[in-house]
Design a protein around this ligand. Structure first.
Ligand SMILES: [Fe+2]
Length: 466
């Protein structure tokens, strides 16, 4: 429960105010003198001081000066509640950082609103008032200074400098000024970095609907016509600032959520990558002689994709598809996969079935349907004599044509159960000879270039277990 210290030497007024605040569930302590006020503040913490100006033993303004000088209590939030209508009192109250200046007798709504505002008051916001009339600027300072820090500028140029340097929370702008007029100033403010959405409220004596429409169209948040009623103007400024704070906190929330979603997506992508890698590892683990085959094929396919100027996204996709091209081997008996001698025709058929088995496994992954493409068609030949569907030429998906070249290069450049790795020149000739028959000629040419650049035959890596 928030605590309010109420200081008033008028018993009746004290009683009424206390009743209203107690009803609103504030904890209220009432005192009638300046001395008691200071003693209470020093004795206990209060969230708000509601202070009369004319007290029997003291003047409220002088009392607030004293409070501001005392390090223990100087930050006490203060609202004046008084019959005084002296301009000097009000100006001085503002200078001393009072949050409001309410006239007695105050309506309960006014009192409650003021207390609520004061209690929830952030650090005083800064408003930049722009007007070429010094009298208008003085009046603005007096009226809005009660709640806000007011900075002033008497021309458009000065206003732009202030905005750039001080970044106020709101600009109160005169429409008609010599030189740069209000609309131009607003347009220039919008160009300043970080000020694209800075609230601008126009103040003008103009009385025609067209001007009003033009101002709103240009992006002003509000329009206050002079002469205005002080409380109304204060309320409108407050609403504009509240709206701005609301927008800012919504934007923060959106940013926070977006970041969380991005992080989540990143985690999911990482997880998919790990699952794919684990799956590829399972295939390779079945055959010690082809250990590392899947990841080597994926590396070669990735390098070819880069050389084909594929986008980052496509490169990642091709890498994943290549990693899983032999996943169907999971379903083939170990005795056939690891058989050192020649395969019987039945066994060969069984081995060939790894393309369709892989396709069946991968097509169920609805998130990445293209994963299955590499598994099914990487043994197709460009001349149409491959398996399982005898597809030819560009009918064979491009990624499968890439994997086909990478797969054959690895098969020849690594040790197998029935032979050692072939010399690089022989591998090169096989690929050269296969151009247009087994391989897509353009894709094979890319591999030939990679072989030619690999003068030490290092590209194949550690074929014994990479
Ligand atoms: Fe294969």
């Amino acid at each position: 429960m928030e605590k309010v210290l109420l200081v008033d030497d008028d018993e009746m007024s004290l009683m009424v105010t206390e009743m209203v605040l107690t009803e609103m569930k504030y904890e209220v302590k009432s005192v009638m003198s300046g001395a008691e006020c200071i003693a209470s503040l020093k004795d206990d913490h209060f969230d708000l001081l509601l202070l009369d100006v004319e007290l029997g033993d003291a003047n409220g303004i002088e009392l607030l000066k004293q409070i501001r000088k005392d390090p223990d209590i100087k930050d006490t939030k203060t609202v004046f509640l008084t019959v005084s209508s002296h301009r000097e009192d009000m100006t001085e109250a503002v200078r001393l950082g009072a949050l409001d200046f309410i006239r007695k007798p105050a309506l309960p709504e006014t009192l409650i609103r003021s207390v609520r505002d004061a209690l929830s008051a952030r650090e005083k916001e800064t408003i930049l008032a722009v007007d070429d009339e010094p009298m208008n600027l003085m009046a603005t300072e007096e009226i809005f200074g009660i709640r806000y820090h007011i900075r002033t500028a008497s021309s458009g140029e000065e206003a732009l400098r202030e905005v750039e340097e001080r970044k106020p929370e709101l600009v109160l702008l005169d429409l008609h000024m010599p030189g740069m007029d209000g609309l131009e100033v607003m347009a220039r403010i919008r160009e300043i970095e970080g000020c694209e959405n800075l609230p601008v409220v126009f103040l003008t004596a103009d009385d025609d609907a067209d001007t009003e429409a033009e101002i709103f169209k240009a992006g002003a948040m509000d329009f206050i016509r002079k002469p205005f009623v002080m409380q109304v103007a204060l309320q409108r400024i407050r609403h504009v600032l509240e709206l701005k704070h609301l927008q800012d906190s919504m934007q923060e929330e959106v940013d926070r959520k977006t970041e969380a979603i991005t992080e989540n997506n990143r985690k999911i992508q990482n997880l998919s990558k790990q699952v794919i890698l684990a799956l590829a590892g399972t295939i390779d683990a079945k055959d010690p002689y082809t250990k590392g085959h899947s990841s080597r094929v994926a590396d070669y396919a990735l390098e070819m994709a880069k050389r084909m100027n594929k986008s980052e996204r496509e490169q990642t996709e091709i890498y994943s598809i290549a990693l899983l091209h032999d996943v169907g081997k999971i379903g083939i008996p170990l005795s056939i996969i690891n058989k050192p001698g020649r395969l019987t025709p039945e066994e060969y058929e069984e081995i060939k079935s790894h393309t369709l088995r892989g396709y069946d496994i991968l097509k169920t992954i609805s998130e990445l349907p293209e994963l299955s493409v590499g598994a099914r068609w990487h043994h197709e030949r460009y001349d149409g004599n491959g398996y399982p569907d005898r597809k030819a030429g560009e009918d064979i998906p491009e990624v499968a044509r890439i994997i086909c070249v990478a797969d054959c290069y690895d098969a020849m450049s690594s040790d197998r159960s029935y032979r050692k790795a072939l010399p690089q020149q022989m591998v090169r000739s096989e690929i050269e000879n296969g151009r247009g028959t087994q391989f897509d000629p353009d894709i094979a040419r890319i591999m030939l270039k990679m072989i030619d650049e690999d003068t030490d035959y290092k590209m194949r890596g550690d074929t014994d277990g990479k």
